[in-house]
Design a protein around this ligand. Structure first.
Ligand code: PLP
Length: 420
């Protein structure tokens, strides 16, 4: 091992060296040794239309002719102004202001600070954050605090702040989740409910219906709490609609978006907020300023890429592609129904998942690494979450490519699956 690179979520002591990619195109990553890897997970959920979408790449090239990073606290530029106007126009109604940062984690940190800051600035003592069990909101200290406690953050546990937890609204147990929120709301002090709408991503592609999302938001609002929708993964069509909240008729107070915001080409994040939250920070008393910035806030090249992404959504049949992919996934995932090697086949929009029934499961189980190697040998880039096999491909994926992926799932189950 000669590379000085310290890779993310990578155990250098046991994992093989990763393939070197020399070209990305559509649904494929091409390796230096001439293989094509089918990207079944959109490169960790960022690539929406496909790799190197031509209009987005052209916009990036054009932007670099005239702009690079500039201090956004002091100056502004057209890509950021235009993107903010266009985001407000397509986001759920009521979201009127756009704060830029550069990753999903920072978008969520900003959301939490906006919510807590709004109450603090109004002189109202509300500091409790309510989150779902199994939630994932990022890897910084604040976002780990609102996320599920697990092996991923055990070492930092003493430094994470306390949040109130709702049990996951599993099928048949939704009422317990709602009841717990009612109880927390009665106790008072709840500043915000933060949720991944409809699908808990890193928590294992666990899905719950729009009706539960709508109820959670209603209860939180009636208690005077804010609703934060972490749409970092679910945004940009993943769940079938542009934003997952739409399916619940929900306009959250704060919405976090990142991954698919630039189509997955370059990093950018935005936290959208209502006029009320913005106005809570509006004062001649400068101590009420929203004190947050990233060095690369509103990077013009990234903003230009995002503007181009919105253009692709406007000018190309993206919604029809998503509907077709959703139907193709639903049709295929049904083949696992009743197969004892699989459990819980499920689909939400373009996302399909199924649990592999195996003797040895959990994120740290050997099967995770075994499965990754198994798929890679077949030219497939997939990364099961422990025993959870899932597909979240870019929207350019073909039905024949989906068949290859589903066949590989079956084959993997034949080799590894079996009763616990
Ligand atoms: C990926 C993800 C994040 C964190 O985004 P990063 O860009 O990796 O920091 C936050 N929330 C959700 C729901 C995510 O899926």
């Amino acid at each position: 091992m000669t590379s000085p690179v310290w890779r993310p979520f990578f155990q250098h002591a046991v994992e093989p060296d990763p393939p070197v990619i020399v070209r990305a195109e559509g649904a494929y990553l091409h390796t230096a040794d001439g293989r094509a890897l089918l990207d079944a997970i959109s490169s960790w959920w960022v690539t929406t239309h496909g790799h190197r979408q031509p209009h987005i790449m052209a916009a990036i090239r054009a932007a670099t002719d005239s702009l690079d990073q500039m201090i956004f606290a002091t100056v502004t530029h057209e890509p950021a102004e235009r993107l903010a106007r266009e985001l407000v126009a397509i986001a759920p109604p009521g979201l009127a202001h756009v704060f830029y940062s550069d990753s999903g984690s920072t978008a969520v940190e900003v959301a939490l600070k906006m919510a807590l800051g709004a109450f603090a600035n109004r002189g109202e003592r509300r500091t409790t954050i309510v989150a779902l069990e199994g939630a994932y909101h990022g890897d910084t200290i604040g976002t780990m605090s609102v996320g599920e406690r697990s092996v991923f953050n055990a070492a930092y546990e003493p430094l994470l702040f306390d949040v109130a937890r709702l049990p996951f609204p599993a099928p048949g147990r939704e009422q317990a989740t709602l009841d717990r929120l009612e109880q927390l709301a009665r106790d008072g002090g709840v500043a915000a409910l933060i949720v991944e709408p409809l699908v808990l991503g890193a928590g294992g592609m666990r899905m719950y219906p729009p009706s539960v999302l709508a109820e959670l938001a209603r209860i939180a609002r009636e208690a005077g709490a804010l609703v934060i929708a972490d749409e970092v993964m679910t945004g940009w069509g993943r769940t079938g609609s542009l934003f997952a909240c739409e399916q619940a008729g929900l306009s959250p107070d704060i919405l976090c978006t990142s991954k698919g915001l630039t189509g997955g080409a370059v990093p950018l994040a935005a936290t959208l907020a209502t006029a009320e939250i913005f106005e809570a920070h509006l004062s001649t008393d400068r101590s009420k300023t929203f004190f947050h910035s990233s060095s690369y806030t509103a990077n013009p090249i990234a903003c230009a890429a995002a503007v181009a992404n919105l253009g692709v959504w406007r000018d190309e049949p993206v919604r029809a592609r998503i509907a077709a992919l959703a139907a193709a996934q639903a049709k295929r995932v049904a083949r696992f129904e009743g197969d004892p090697r699989f459990a819980n086949p499920r689909v939400c929009g373009t996302i399909a998942a199924v649990d592999l029934v195996a003797p040895d499961t959990g994120y740290l189980a050997e099967i995770g690494l075994t499965l990754r190697g198994f798929f890679l040998e077949r030219g497939l880039l997939a990364r099961p979450l422990g025993e959870v096999l899932y597909l979240m491909p870019p929207y350019c994926v073909t039905e024949a490519e989906l068949d290859r992926l589903y066949d590989a799932f079956e084959e993997a189950a034949g080799l590894i699956g079996g009763p616990r």
